[in-house]
Design a protein around this ligand. Sequence first.
Ligand code: ZN
Length: 437
Amino acid sequence: MRPLLIQGGRIIDPSQGIDVTGSLLIAEGKVSWLGKEEATTQADYEVVNTRGLIVCPGFIDLHCHLRQPGYEEKETIATGTRAAARGGFTTICCMPNTDPPLDNQTAVEFVRSKAASEGAVRVLPVGCISKGRKGQELAGMGELASAGVIAFSDDGEPVLNSHLMRQALQYSLSFDRPIIDHCEDKALTEGGQMNEGIISTRLGLRGIPNAAEEIIVARDLALAELTGGRLHIAHVTAEGSVELIRRAKEKGIRVTAEVTPHHLTLTEERVIGYDTNAKVNPPLRTKQDGKALIQGLNDNTIDIIATDHAPHPDADKLCEFDLAAFGISGFETALGSLMGLAHNGDINLVTLITKLTYEPAKIIGSKHGILGTLAVGAPADVTIFDPNLEWVVDTKAFASKGKSTPLAGDTLKGRVMATIFQGKLIYKDDSINIKES
Ligand SMILES: [Zn+2]
């Protein structure tokens, strides 16, 4: 592989506090030099001109669904990782709600070997908390940890048994891996289709109240305090949850939290017209909740942004609202929609990149190598994006099998131009020019 010289862009690497216009040299799959001066162009480089573009560590997604094994009609590791690459993600963590679920070593090894042979980016699996995700009996967490899972979660389902959650948090200590918590009190969400409020009443759809999330957040913060275990709250949507997490952090409880691009940027109003593309779980909330989420990101109550990429085929979405599946395709629109927040001044560009790179890398830890940094010697995982390029979301162009997104046809400002994984250019926009020196 020839060395790659990425020249003239604004290099932002929060892990090193770097924000400089300069060059990045990649050789043998690793970052070999980064600096302000233009590196002397020797023969045999490939040169990527990134003037006017942002160059940063490859994005890391702590929460996505790749659907394989078992639901290959929705997504596969091959299509999902290609979609991730188009979205600027070089490391993605896939949830264990597959068939069979990732509750044993063989299933985890299947995903890891499939990812190694067919994946475009790094795939780090999440193992189940409970056997079969049934919430009754703990999965073999030690076995899963040695098989290489980076965290435990029954995502898609909450762990309703408080004793089981207590045990899981206790064990998270010995394995030094977080428990990723899907917070949903099922007694309150039964039959729920969207956020509970005036709009759900008007549409005649059963609502899902904020309390359904807040109750489990509160319980699990108490259990994290009790055990000292590592808790990570998935897809926070409710204003009250943000406040609970903020207070818990002040008390020194070991908790981290994530928010999705769609909950940050969209509201329940998207459901009006019974648009099944806006049907997600947890549901899109109100403007006030959205503001609290942005505030939470800015004051570090919420540590990271994760896509919750949850692809479904058209057949599962193009139907009556109450029959449609929950979940949307998230990889390929994540940056564009998040850049809207940066353009509005809701969140600073460097903070945004931090929440997509350095912070998720900290949660994963260093068991899988150095991630989320452009430090010399680190794997050369790099995302290059144009912060100002406007483009229209065309789901036909998605690499993901899931074409469902409420952003279809919307114009987004900010687009991934190239993605480099371990020194290899795995995605590039047609307009990016690479020449040989
Ligand atoms: Zn979930």
